[in-house]
Write a new protein. Structure first.
Length: 138
């Protein structure tokens, strides 16, 4: 028997998405990328907390509103991470990969750099993180 999130009825799939927890990241990502119903994809996007996957959906979803939603949610998550001072290398790697994938400047990078530049040694750390992220993305 198939799980409810794979049911043929979009209402059943939507109900299943509502029940999925944060531990169902892979399932939510799959639904957000490939469900045939935009409402079900929207619900899955709203539950995702992975900026990279959200940015991917923001580039590829067929629905313009869902692309905008996914991109905005990814940006919110990245800003939260920048403000919370999570390791810069994770943040920079995500931003750099998105820049390389889209060719678009990454405006959020200035927020993290500004946060990190409280001391002269922070600039060196940020540059080092960016170089490592660049190598990892290549």
């Amino acid at each position: 028997m198939l799980p409810a999130w794979r049911h043929s009825d979009p209402e059943v799939r939507a109900a299943a998405v509502r029940e999925l927890g944060a531990d169902a990241r892979e399932v939510l990502a799959s639904i957000a990328r490939s469900d045939s119903d935009a409402r079900v994809r929207r619900m899955a996007i709203k539950k995702l907390d992975d900026p990279e996957r959200l940015l991917e959906i923001g580039r590829t979803d067929a629905d313009e509103e869902l692309r905008a939603l996914a991109t905005a949610q990814a940006e919110d998550l990245l800003v939260e991470r920048a403000i919370s001072r999570q390791p810069a290398e994770d943040y920079f790697a995500i931003i750099l990969r998105e820049y390389l994938a889209t060719g678009q400047p990454a405006p959020l990078i200035t927020i993290k750099v500004r946060n990190d530049l409280e001391t002269p040694s922070a600039l060196a750390r940020s540059s080092s993180h960016l170089e490592r992220a660049s190598l990892a993305a290549a």
